[in-house]
Design a protein around this ligand. Structure first.
Ligand code: FE2
Length: 259
């Protein structure tokens, strides 16, 4: 089975790239299952129901989120009703949505997707380590193929989680930092991993934001309203190949120039 993970979709440019290019990319790469991280899709922060629906229509089987999950209030009810758009499981109990989805691949094989957020340098009420084992065991009871989107800031935490889960899941894909790392690999236990899958969006930017605005805020410390950039749009992500038992056999970073 070939699994495509599309890295953090940023703003209108990234959203457009997914809608226009994902169907062709699925075809071209022989993709059986696709996960899209959409947490920066709506102008750089959060996602709207309309964008989530468009990503699903373009070929995403599951959409994952991250630290900007609550940025758009209209997504709250949607998260409660959707079984394909998920948010980090460790955002706290009693909140809308869930952190685990199971959806069929092209041939009907169930694939579980787990979304968790890192603890270092990010505000999470529950550390991923407190719930990771239980969540992954639940995913494994429901599917042999399990993909984990670990949305985190620190490379050390991302590598630690990929080590903890080696041999227990198909892939641990790091997201959030928007710069693709050159460590796509299959670990000894058969779990594919990459520290960060990159960004689907405008790379002529400061991780998606118009560079002059990000720089002005950094230089002055004054509040500056960020705008998504538009130039050098790429689709970035990872392609993981795995066997029916869920063991990964290859893990390749993907970078496609769109405009
Ligand atoms: Fe993020």
């Amino acid at each position: 089975m070939n699994i495509l993970f599309v890295a953090d979709v940023f703003g209108p440019a990234g959203s457009r790239a997914v809608q226009e290019r994902l169907p062709g990319l699925r075809e071209e790469l022989g993709i059986d299952f696709c996960v899209v991280n959409g947490e920066n899709a709506a102008d750089g922060r959060g996602i709207t129901p309309k964008l989530a629906d468009r990503f699903l229509a373009a070929g995403a089987d599951v959409v994952t989120l991250g630290n900007h999950t609550w940025a758009r209030s209209e997504i709250l009810a949607y998260l409660d009703s959707s079984d394909r758009v998920i948010r980090p499981a460790n955002l706290g109990a009693g909140l809308p949505g869930r952190g685990l989805a199971v959806a069929p691949a092209a041939d009907g094989t169930p694939v579980a997707v787990v979304n968790l957020m890192g603890w270092l340098f990010l505000d999470v009420p529950v550390t991923p380590f407190q719930m990771l084992d239980e969540l992954v065991e639940e995913a494994r009871r429901r599917a042999a193929v399990v993909v984990v989107d670990f949305h985190a800031e620190a490379t050390s935490e991302k590598i630690a989680v990929s080590r903890i889960l080696d041999g227990r899941v198909t892939a641990v894909i790091g997201t959030h930092t928007h710069v693709q790392t050159s460590d796509a690999r299959v670990q000894p236990g058969g779990t594919a991993a990459i520290t960060d899958a990159g960004m689907t969006g405008p790379h002529d930017s400061v991780i998606g934001v118009q560079a002059d605005l990000a720089i002005r805020r950094m230089r002055t410390g004054m509040p500056v309203r960020f705008q998504p950039a538009t130039g050098d749009v790429r689709i970035e992500g990872v392609v993981v190949e795995c066997d029916a038992d869920g063991r990964a056999t290859s893990c390749q970073a993907l970078r496609v120039s769109v405009a």
